[in-house]
Design a binder for this molecule. Structure first.
Ligand code: ADP
Ligand code: MG
Length: 242
């Protein structure tokens, strides 16, 4: 069974239908990259998966449960997902380690000593153990985004959702964050993300999904979708990037 399965998902804001009928599946360990024009609904799709938006129609199952069932405990679902945005939103008054361990202690009820141990191990994983005591403001943007990724990963989520996590970074800092995501993929972390970094999609994605007109208009391997698209709309979108 797929880890995440979206079937016929519809989401409108008033009369503006953003997602018409989205079908999408992710198997454990897969990296699925969403591409599409600005305003095509990529962020909305990720927000629906994280239950930050309520879908109008359709079903989303995650880890075997229908999370669109209104009786579902949204906080419990969210605690099984790691969400990272373009803006890293670290707490400036907390140390790097404090940021990484906050949810472990407050949401997952992990004791301080164990939280610290797991936080330090996760900081080592993203190459920032030496920054544990620093304040976020003392770090570069790329380092701050790596801390945000560590914070999302430390609770052991079943799925990572990453919304344009390199878009706010200076160009020279993009690579270190993309490299980290590639390593996480090698470690078996399941990811659904959207990005404009087509090189990354080509290297790391198992599946690329082109979102257009409220549906996944075309999906397949990076080679199929990026190098040999079957749909005219996909070709037009890709040609505008070049
Ligand atoms: P993308 O991430 O692909 O750029 P978004 O998912 O952010 O696209 O937005 C898709 C469309 O939905 C846009 O037209 C946007 O203005 C609209 N939209 C997103 N969120 C809201 C909201 N909370 N209220 C009204 N319209 C929204
Ligand atoms: Mg967006």
């Amino acid at each position: 069974m797929a880890l995440l399965e979206m079937t016929g998902v519809r989401k409108a804001f008033g009369s503006h239908v953003v997602l018409r009928a989205v079908d999408l599946e992710i198997e454990p360990g897969q990296c699925v990259v969403l591409i599409g024009a600005s305003g095509s609904g990529k962020s909305t799709l990720l927000r629906c998966v994280n239950l930050l938006e309520t879908v109008d129609d359709g079903v989303i199952t995650f880890e075997g449960r229908d999370i669109t069932d209104p009786r579902m405990d949204a906080d419990a679902v969210r605690s099984r997902m790691g969400l990272v945005f373009q803006s890293y939103n670290l707490f400036p008054h907390l140390s790097v380690l404090g940021n990484v361990t906050l949810a472990l202690r407050k949401v997952h009820g992990v004791a301080a000593g164990e939280a610290e141990e797991r936080g330090l191990a996760m900081l080592a994983r993203v190459g920032l153990e030496s920054k544990a005591a620093a304040r976020p403001d003392d770090l570069s943007g790329g380092q701050q985004q790596r801390v945000a990724i560590a914070r999302a990963l430390v609770t052991g989520p079943g799925l990572m959702l990453l919304d344009e996590v390199t878009s706010a970074l200076d160009p020279e800092l993009v690579g270190e964050v993309l490299d980290l995501l590639g390593e996480l993929k090698d470690d078996g972390v399941t990811m659904l993300l959207n990005t404009h970094e087509m090189g990354f999609a080509r290297d790391v994605a198992d599946t690329v999904c082109f979102l257009h007109d409220g549906v996944i208009h075309e999906s397949g391997t990076p080679a199929q979708v990026l190098d040999d698209p079957s749909q005219e709309r996909t070709r037009a979108f890709l040609s505008r990037l070049r």
